[in-house]
Write a new protein. Structure first.
Length: 323
């Protein structure tokens, strides 16, 4: 008997013994099972700035976990060895939700990130772990492409404290040709995240010849400003040749600086540049007096002049979730 998966917009119809597009949801005797549940392939303690999250608990550490599998198949994926892998071809280890939560407690990390691949693919594992983490007083962070059906997302957002959602592009062409998906569900996921009160930051990889057109960068920034608000942080990330796009060059620093300028011109107040060294790329500025408040070099905070989430110089509030 075939089984239809409702988790993501693909709505895969999966024959007995086969898997869906994400590779990890398998029809076992007519019942859909996520075979990676409780078996991550990666677990590390990271700086939270690596997610990237700049307005949520800066300078804190976060336990990051992932299983194999993803709902998209991006040609540029930096974690393709696990996101595009079959479960039987990878080395995993047993870590059910209670073990993950206990590990975070032992490591002294105040939060857990569901990241590296996409928590939408390992949805049940991420959801159950998030519920236990919240009961234990820990924060939950999603790092996702947002390619999911609305109802599962609602459940996951309900136990999430922050999310970085990767907006791959602002055209159907990019999602079709680069990611093997569609744009609409991702835009809906972004709006829903904001509406449910989860702290949201948006990332966008600027890929030469594919997502670096000034008109597209302007359109993407305008959409974020109009639909998510001018205070939503937007991270432009530099591309480095990898996976199936090794033929393309790295993103020039000048292109990323231009993207930042275009986004600011659309009214976005907190625009960052990552993966490439651009002057002031990781600096949070006061929206009122323009003072440099949080200065970062890569993922390291070298100066923090926020006092209770406000500018030390003029007292203006900076949106975010501050310790």
């Amino acid at each position: 008997m075939d089984v239809r998966c409702e988790l993501c917009p693909r709505k895969c119809v999966i024959p007995r013994g086969a898997s869906g597009s994400c590779r990890i949801r398998i029809n076992l005797d007519g019942e859909l099972k996520a075979v990676t549940y409780g078996f991550p392939v990666s677990a590390h303690v990271d700086p939270i700035e690596k997610k990237p999250l700049f307005h949520f608990w800066p300078e804190s550490s976060i336990l990051s976990i992932a299983t194999v599998g993803c709902t998209l198949h991006c040609l540029n994926c930096q974690n393709w060895e696990i996101s595009q892998a079959n479960p039987e071809d990878t080395e995993a280890f047993a870590a059910p939700p209670e073990v993950v939560v206990a590990s975070a407690k032992k490591a002294g990390t105040p939060s857990i990130a569901y990241t590296y691949t996409d928590p939408v693919a390992y949805y049940e594992y991420a959801l159950d772990t998030s519920r236990l983490a919240r009961e234990a007083g820990l924060k939950n962070v999603l790092v996702t492409a947002g390619y999911a059906s609305p109802e599962p997302l609602r459940e996951l957002y309900a136990v999430s404290d922050a999310a970085t959602i990767d907006l791959k592009g602002i055209t159907e062409r990019v999602y079709r040709d680069v990611c093997g998906g569609t744009l609409g569900p991702v835009l809906d996921a972004l709006v829903l995240c904001k509406a449910m009160g989860v702290w949201l930051e948006v990332s966008h990889l600027v890929i030469p010849t594919l997502t670096d057109e000034p008109a597209d960068l302007t359109s993407l920034s305008r959409w974020v400003a109009r639909n998510l608000g001018a205070d939503t942080p937007l991270h432009f990330l530099g591309f480095h040749p990898q996976h199936r796009l090794k033929n393309l060059p790295p993103t020039p620093a000048a292109t990323l600086a231009q993207a930042r300028d275009l986004a600011r011109a659309e009214g976005l107040r907190y625009v960052y540049v990552g993966n490439v060294d651009v002057n002031g790329g990781g600096t949070t500025r006061c929206p009122a007096c323009g003072a440099d408040l949080v200065v970062r070099h890569g993922f390291k905070v070298v100066r923090n002049d926020l006092v209770g989430g406000a500018c030390r110089a003029c007292g203006a509030r900076v949106p975010g979730v501050w310790r």
